[in-house]
Write a protein of this length. Structure first.
Length: 198
């Protein structure tokens, strides 16, 4: 056994969790990627800190990075269990990484429609529950504004807005476009230069 793992083995669980929490929250925005190195440093630490083994730590990280008060007011305290928040932490960063890659902004095959709907509902619900942290994650980490600009204004956009407007039509009225329009208004800021972002 290495000296490094022996030193950590002597630490009380609470101290180890605090080290892990501060490692995971060095940056307010983005996934707790710095925590991964710590978790992978040895088996004992992995057993003590992995999301499966320690949902309390993941729930604490979730509360640091995301807003939870509005969701609790709307759905009740049962949605804020450590296990639920640990799963939600992973799910949110999976979706936000997909938004960051702008995978779903352009016309694709029909099998992508379900994922596009899930992403739009995910971002819309995050904005409904926003008290500051959610919009910060979506704006600064996921790049939601740029995603929306491509979705609406790219020549090959999934909204088909550019295509139908060039034919003197009106953007399609469907669930995806409705959610994307609400998100566009949520993210629209005074003085925003749309031409520069596109």
């Amino acid at each position: 056994m290495s000296t490094k793992s022996i030193a950590f083995d002597w630490l009380p669980q609470e101290v180890l969790e605090n080290i892990a929490f501060f490692t995971a929250t060095v940056k307010d925005v983005g996934p707790p990627s710095d925590l991964l190195s710590l978790i992978l440093s040895c088996r004992n630490i992995h057993r003590a800190l992995s999301p499966e083994a320690n949902p309390h730590l993941s729930a604490r990280i979730f509360k640091h990075k995301f807003d939870i008060s509005a969701a609790i007011r709307r759905l009740g305290p049962q949605i804020a269990t450590p296990v639920t928040l640990a799963k939600e932490l992973c799910k949110r960063f999976v979706y936000m990484k997909r938004i960051r890659r702008r995978t779903d902004t352009r016309i694709r095959t029909a099998d992508n429609s379900q994922m596009l709907g899930e992403l739009l509902w995910f971002a819309y619900l995050m904005m409904l529950e926003n008290d500051e942290k959610n919009v910060k994650q979506l704006r600064e980490f996921a790049g939601m504004e740029q995603w929306l600009m491509e979705y609406w204004f790219d020549d090959d956009s999934a909204s088909l807005a550019s295509k139908v407007l060039s034919e003197d039509g009106w953007p399609l009225e469907n669930e995806h476009n409705s959610l994307a329009m609400w998100l566009f208004w949520f993210f629209l800021r005074p003085g925003m230069n749309i031409a520069r972002i596109v």
